[in-house]
Design a protein around this ligand. Structure first.
Ligand code: ZN
Length: 181
């Protein structure tokens, strides 16, 4: 069994006016991520939206020192970018579509993702979203440590740092044993 993990494809990370945007690099992924999401749902596979969840004034969060405020609860910044938003709204009652709020880079950190995957017998996870070298990378590392097979969709990931993106793509393949498709 396999699952698609959609990471942080939100307004703040993708839209031109987003707070921490990948801009064009992220916007280019839109059609592929949407098509892949539809394909997984239509094939009966599990699809997870693992989305950054930041509270304003969360003084203990280490990201405060590193990045501008982004994906704040209750703001447009946390909404999915483009047609993905409407797709998820339409399919929100589908048990195959699961929304996961995450506070850290990795979709596994402090969440029930591992349990949700294991109870469905899922052993292979497909990753799309942003940023390649931050949240996608940290999710892939945790997945590696939890013994999942990892598939990275090359046309489904991007970063605001092109050097970081290239480095992470090599790391997925050569160090985490991921399949790049
Ligand atoms: Zn964040």
């Amino acid at each position: 069994m396999k699952a698609l993990i959609n990471i942080d494809y939100t307004f703040d990370f993708v839209a031109t006016e987003g707070k921490l945007t990948t801009a064009e690099a992220g916007q280019k992924l839109h059609d592929d991520i949407l098509a892949l999401t539809r394909h997984f749902v239509d094939s009966g596979d599990f699809v997870v939206f693992a989305i950054d969840w930041h509270e304003p004034y969360d003084q203990y969060h280490p990201e405060n020192r590193l990045f501008p405020e982004h994906n704040v609860v209750g703001t447009v910044g946390r909404e999915l970018y483009g047609d993905l938003a409407e797709y998820v709204t339409e399919n929100r009652h589908d048990p195959k579509v699961y929304w996961l709020n995450k506070r850290h880079y990795s979709a596994f950190s402090g969440t029930d993702l591992d349990i949700r995957l294991r109870e469905r017998g899922i052993t292979e996870i497909h990753l799309v979203g942003v940023c390649t070298d931050i949240c996608v990378l940290h999710t892939a590392i945790d997945a590696y440590n939890l013994c999942y097979d990892i598939v990275i969709h090359e046309k489904g990931v991007a970063s605001f740092d092109p050097v970081g993106h290239e480095w992470a793509m090599k790391h997925f393949k050569n160090v985490l044993g991921a399949k790049i498709v």
